[in-house]
Design a protein around this ligand. Structure first.
Ligand SMILES: [Zn+2]
Length: 278
């Protein structure tokens, strides 16, 4: 599933590709993608005639801001956008097509069909599901070491599970949580409340630097993720821990192990990331 760096990359690409374009009409080929409004014809009718003002990101969601509407899109497992000419052959997994007045089309394809779109009036989207309960953006100035400590304070949840919970900090998924915990030398099953101030400072630093480096590399290309122009990010080449089971740890040479934490496959170095003694 794309995480913050991948969605940020899609956002930036879409701004280059579709900003300023006007929607002539919309075709929905798979109703389940459209979560709001209930009626896909109403969805298409609402969008016709509107122009793309900007593409933004909130957590792992894209906010496609139009003149007078906001389309909230989540790619989930394998959703992707691409810009095409109207006569280009159609992929069988293309579920939603935004036909622009200039003869180009933004196509949403999704083999797994888990992606979602919600359409809102301006201002509604941040007050209603799925965006209303999202927590702190980790790459905004308001995310400071002090803010991070406030979020974590006193929670007995496993630190990995806490970081994956989008109600606390948004945008971190299974790749970047494993990478951040490894950089900070923290065991993924440590309870959040046992971590020292120094450990939390290190973890804060690891989260910000990992996400920033991944954004700069265009995200990680795992599974089918590509950006809106069909290009792959390269951050997977810089992964220190994720996907490296039974390979030596870059820091110490110990074999990286894979376990399950909170139902999620979890990579860690048993030497660099020892459980914190209570
Ligand atoms: Zn190690």
């Amino acid at each position: 599933m794309p995480e913050l760096p991948e969605v940020e990359t899609v956002k930036r690409t879409l701004n280059v590709l579709i900003k300023g374009k006007q929607i002539e009409y919309v075709t929905v080929r798979l109703a389940r993608i459209i979560q709001r409004p209930d009626d896909i014809q109403a969805f298409a009718n609402m969008l016709a005639g509107h122009s793309v003002v900007n593409v933004e990101r909130r957590g792992k969601f894209l906010r496609i801001v139009l003149d007078g509407l906001v389309l909230v899109s989540h790619l989930r497992m394998e959703g992707r956008y691409g810009l095409f000419q109207k006569n280009d052959p159609l992929d069988k997994h293309t579920h939603v097509i935004f036909h622009f007045t200039d003869g180009t089309e933004l196509r949403y394809t999704d083999v797994r069909q888990f992606g979602t779109m919600h359409l809102f009036q301006p201002g509604e989207d941040l007050r209603l599901p799925p965006l209303n309960k999202l927590g702190q953006e980790p790459l905004e100035p308001a995310f400071t070491p002090e803010r991070f400590k406030e979020i974590v304070a006193g929670k007995s949840t496993k630190i990995k599970s806490l970081l994956l919970n989008q109600e606390y900090v948004v945008g971190i998924g299974n790749i970047y949580v494993d990478e951040s915990l490894h950089r900070a030398g923290i065991h993924p099953e440590d309870s959040a409340k046992v971590l020292s101030g120094e450990q939390l400072d290190n973890l804060y630093e690891a989260i910000v630097s990992t996400l920033t480096e991944a954004v700069n590399a265009g995200g990680s290309s795992v599974k089918s993720y590509v950006n809106g122009q069909g290009e792959s990010g390269s951050y997977q080449d810089q992964h220190l821990i994720y996907g490296r089971k039974d390979q030596p740890c870059v820091s110490c040479g110990t074999m990286i192990e894979k376990t399950v934490v909170g139902g999620r496959g979890t990579h860690y170095c048993p030497n660099c990331q020892r459980p914190t003694a209570i």
